[in-house]
Design a protein around this ligand. Structure first.
Ligand code: NDP
Length: 319
């Protein structure tokens, strides 16, 4: 047909994605969520999807000529890769280009949590330094901590490297032990939580990581414990976490991700010993631009000569 290839964009995505896609494709923007009626003409023309967030399976079911889903973000838990694979649809994501940014944010969140820098700044801004005197000393310090990283992948490795100059002990848990890595390996999350006083989670959202941070893990981490989450909020039982922070089962938590974003439980907002960020780990203009480019370049490559730069391992890339 002489009609251009159509790329569907459900919901919001980085504007650079849409701008660059428009140079080569027909871009069809639709609301996030499940499709209502898909016009037959459109149904036939859509061969690609660009998505940031959750892709409703209804789209996969109703687009017979869909070949590729290009996901904005390294985490692709919003796309049902099993379903895509059944239909032979390729899924791509945006690994590596955000490693440094996310690792930098993780260190900042760790320090903010331990030393309460955001609270100290608010104290100054509220005029309390002048009226009440120095900001209270923080009970916690990063000095001498033992840090356990859950997930020593692309981002986890960058976090570990950044932790080295802080002179903390570094260990990790992954399902398969990594070769050639000098950090202490723990064979389970529970074992790691018992051995360390600081946990950093940077695992993908999946069935295997769903609500794995429970009271049992927080009890193992202990009263000097600090929990940092930059992976996915779905890994955490937030009721258990709130209780652990309230009862001083652990000392503090720093969170960039939440179970049901953008809904942050009131119970967390009320606590003094948490540092909260609105899922901003990769959110700088340069890094988000690089992610946007990778989303577009995967689609361009696919429709040019069936090559993609960064496919996910679960879907079949045919030669
Ligand atoms: P990688 O795939 O490179 O690393 C994932 C790591 O997690 C691997 O070491 C893997 O090892 C481990 N892992 C996976 N499942 C489990 C499990 N069930 N138990 C223990 N370990 C597990 O991913 P990236 O480092 O590139 O990204 C990690 C995640 O970080 C993303 O999927 C995303 O969810 C999140 N993220 C969050 C951002 C934010 O803005 N807050 C930004 C970017 C990423 P093994 O398979 O051996 O278990």
């Amino acid at each position: 047909s002489d009609k251009p290839i159509a790329v569907l964009v459900p919901g919001r995505i980085h504007p650079r994605v849409v701008e660059r896609l428009k140079e080569r494709f027909e871009v069809v923007s639709v609301p996030m969520g499940s499709p209502t009626e898909v016009a037959p003409d459109l149904r036939d023309r859509v061969r690609g999807v660009a998505i940031s967030g959750v892709l409703d399976n209804g789209w996969i079911n109703s687009l017979p000529n869909l070949e590729i889903v290009s996901n904005f973000g390294v985490g692709y838990d919003g796309v049902d890769t099993k379903k895509a694979a059944e239909y032979g649809i390729i899924v791509t994501h945006t690994p590596d280009v955000l490693n440094d940014e996310v690792a930098d944010t993780t260190i900042a969140l760790l320090l903010n949590t331990v030393r309460q820098y955001p609270r100290a700044e608010n104290y100054l801004r509220e005029g309390r330094w002048k009226s009440e005197g120095p900001f209270p000393l923080t009970p916690l310090s990063l000095k001498g901590r033992k840090v356990g990283i859950l997930g020593l992948g692309r981002i986890g490795m960058e976090i570990a490297k950044r932790l080295e100059p802080f002179k903390v002990e570094i260990g990790y848990h992954t399902r398969s032990r990594r070769d050639g890595v000098g950090y202490t390996y723990y064979s389970s999350l529970k074992e790691m939580a018992e051995a360390v006083d600081t946990l950093i989670s940077v695992v993908p959202g999946s069935a295997a990581t769903h609500k794995i941070f429970t009271t049992e893990i927080f009890e193992a981490l202990g009263p000097n414990g600090v929990f940092i989450n930059v992976g996915r909020g779905t890994s955490v039982n937030e009721d258990d976490l709130i209780a652990a922070l309230k009862n001083n089962t652990i000392a503090a938590a720093g969170l960039d991700v939440f179970y049901d974003e953008p809904n942050v439980p009131g119970g967390l907002l009320d606590l003094p010993n948490v540092s909260l960020l609105p899922h901003v780990a990769s959110a700088s203009i340069p890094t988000r631009n690089a992610m946007a480019d990778l989303v577009v370049d995967n689609l361009i490559g696919w429709f040019k000569d069936k090559t993609v730069i960064t496919p996910v391992p679960e879907t079949p890339v045919k030669a």
